[in-house]
Design a protein around this ligand. Sequence first.
Ligand code: P1T
Length: 379
Amino acid sequence: MKFNTKTIHGGQQHDLAYGAVMPPIYQTSTYAQTTPGGHKGFEYSRTHNPTRQALENAFASIENGKHGLAFGSGLAAIDAVIKLLSPGDEVISTNDLYGGTYRLFTKVFEGFGIKFHFIGMENAEKIESYVNENTKLIWVETPTNPMMNIIDIEAVSKVAKKHNVLLAVDNTFATPYLQRPLDLGADIVMHSATKYMGGHSDVVMGALIVKDDVIAEKLYFIQNASGAVCGPMDSFLVLRGIKTLHIRMQRHSENGKAIAEYLAKHPKIEKVYWPGFENHPNHEVAKRQMDDFGGMVSFVTKGNNYDEAIKIVENLKIFTLAESLGGVESLAGHPASMTHASIPKEEREKTGVVDSLIRLSVGIEDIDDLIHDLEQAIG
Ligand code: P1T
């Protein structure tokens, strides 16, 4: 099956009871047993739920994995990955990443004795220089949030394999429509399914996808033992969202390109961060590992003025000023005061998250309306 067919049919079967084309929302916590252990494969909904299972099969299918696991949020999915580790273990992580991931690593898991090295991952040799006998995991986010850096997954996977270290990739910004990390050698793919997977800004959810049976078994154990699962209604909504992932991502990418090009020509804009530009430092890697460049665009204004950036995001009328991304509607954010406020100023500024940085999640509205909106807001 090719990708556009998989988003609709991958891992799915018609409902066995009545042939319903969409899996029913099995809004139940438990399942009747005829005798202890006499059930139809479902005992308790923290462990298994048919609607969640349909979604987990869809996740596995579109990421070219074998096992999918759905969680109550993206951070709950990341939390499950780090719980594969033990005190004393070390993680090498992208330094430019979602602020909440940084907060989970530093404020929760460092307290349990796990050491994180946050580094720029522009070359694999640099990553290798941080590997020691305690290194158990490399955490990659690409494209990064919000600086749109691109990390070469295949090159990092060679380092990971050479040293027998797990490689996990946060594929939230790209989605499997644009990039399939398992095919490039990653062991675990993670999503904030809150974003493009759901696609309609109505659900908070996370996902993990793996090929390996042993890693999958460990993650299923953690999913059930820690219990951060999503509910059946949310599973249904994200499954419905995935059915249009390919056409949404196509339009997000078209609109993203048009907005990036518009901003690059604007006299008040200092710099636009979008991996489709030939002068983007990792453009060649992006071209090789992605099928297009997506709908996320960040930019800074000339003079790097905090108040001016706030004024621009307040002036927007079609773009909504809000946290999050990846929905059909366009959103704008000010990372320094919103999504990345949990990263200390000196740390975030090292990666480029300066006071005037604005991040756009370009939606699938009419492009003329979006450009007109930016025009009136920037002035
Ligand atoms: O919000 P949640 O579903 O828990 O996912 C966390 C997360 C993980 N990884 C990436 C790349 C993300 O962007 C996020 C969430 N990000 C936002 C809410 C945001 O506005 O950037």
